[in-house]
Write a protein that binds this ligand. Structure first.
Ligand code: GTP
Ligand code: MG
Length: 360
């Protein structure tokens, strides 16, 4: 198997020849016609950019898949207790106890259950970040925990969170928080949610509702159980072997260590030393840290890690793909930068034509 023509690749990836040609130009490859043969390297690179059939080209078809933890995002109205609830959950996590209650700042953490199952929580990404990630096709979240304060009830951002989850086709588990408050009225919240079209379990639907108090730390076990049940229903599995397919949850610049990205692997295994393209940036993974800040050499599916070694700062929602060499990483990164710039200019252009200049 020496390679394939652009035409064949178009069939494999279900993309038009012109799309593939644009990618080829972006990565600096020359071509004359659709009958040109691409090396398997280049074919793979172009396929990666189309985002489809990468698995097949990576010959992971038939690769064994294993159950993986659910990745959960907490959303809800301002002040309804998202951060408090995450803190309470984090304190109950085995890892946090092991660290003597000192929590590392990573954009995600894992709660391990006595049963051995675990849940990965994404730390307060906020609705804007969630939307940005969704817009970029970063399907990182498996379940949304919708936090609603029992005394305040359904509010504008509760509805916004509901519509985000719906648009992303992510199931919701409702956590009615602040149930310790004298003014708490969980029943009223349920009626409100139902009237907004959420099909609650106790009303014959399939959305679970749990009453909690982040302050008193009550109901947390029930919430975790509800999340595990939801995850079971979804039968979440991932390939562990082979190149990682991962996403950036958040990124920051550290003075000493350079750009750092919190990442979640969706499939495969990310390994220290690999060359990666992250969004439009590239680099070679110099260090991987787990959520406790310990160095590790690998990241498996649903395991939040911090990676070091990127040349530039990526953005939340950026995809991470593993490539064979530094040369390829540079090439792909340059191609993407070119494409992003083109898209940016096109958008500005569209803005201009949509809003015609006032005539004199
Ligand atoms: P934003 O990030 O600003 O949207 O708020 P948030 O949803 O993260 O809420 P946060 O956790 O900051 O809590 C807001 C306020 O509600 C704080 O004063 C918390 O102490 C309080 N609070 C949170 N959970 C509970 C609870 O279970 N019971 C009571 N009584 N108060 C709570
Ligand atoms: Mg908060």
């Amino acid at each position: 198997f020496e390679g394939m023509t652009i035409g064949e690749l178009a069939k494999h990836t279900n993309e038009s020849i012109s799309t593939l040609q644009e990618i080829l130009v972006n990565v600096g490859e020359k071509f004359d016609s659709e009958f040109d043969t691409l090396s398997i390297d280049i074919a793979e690179l172009v396929a990666m950019e189309t985002g489809v059939n990468v698995r097949r080209l990576h010959s992971n078809e038939g690769a064994e898949i294993f159950p993986r933890p659910a990745v959960v995002t907490v959303m809800g109205h301002v002040d309804h207790g998202k951060t408090s609830l995450l803190d309470a959950l984090r304190q109950t996590s085995v890892a946090a106890r092991e660290a003597g209650g000192i929590t590392q700042h990573l954009g995600a953490f894992v709660v391990s259950m006595p049963s051995g199952a675990s849940i990965t929580f994404l730390d307060t990404p906020g609705h804007a970040a969630f939307s940005a990630m969704r817009a970029r096709g970063a399907a990182v979240t498996d379940v949304v925990v919708l936090v609603v304060a029992a005394d305040d009830g359904v509010m504008p951002q509760t509805l916004e969170a509901m519509s985000h989850a719906k648009a992303a086709k992510v199931p919701i588990v409702v956590a009615i928080n602040k149930c310790d408050k004298p003014a708490a009225d969980p029943e009223r919240v349920k009626v409100q949610l139902a009237s907004e079209g959420l099909l609650l379990e106790e009303m014959g639907g399939d959305v679970q509702v749990v009453e909690v108090s982040a302050v008193n730390k009550t109901g947390l076990d029930n919430l975790e159980e509800a999340l595990l049940l939801q995850a079971d229903l979804m039968d979440l599995k991932a390939r562990i072997d082979g190149p990682a397919q991962a996403y950036v949850v958040e990124a920051r610049l550290d003075r000493g260590r350079g750009p750092l990205a919190t990442a979640i692997v969706k499939a495969g295994t990310l390994v220290c030393g690999q060359h990666v393209v992250v969004g439009a940036e590239w680099g070679r993974i110099r260090a991987i840290r787990d959520m406790m800040g310990n160095l590790t050499d690998k990241a498996k599916p649903a395991m939040p890690v911090e990676i070091e070694g990127l040349r530039g700062l990526p953005m939340a929602g950026d995809d991470i793909i593993v490539v064979e060499s530094e040369e390829r990483a540079r090439m792909l990164s340059a191609g993407r930068k070119k494409k992003y710039e083109k898209d940016r200019l096109r958008k500005i252009d569209e803005g201009r034509t949509e809003a015609p200049e006032p005539s004199e």
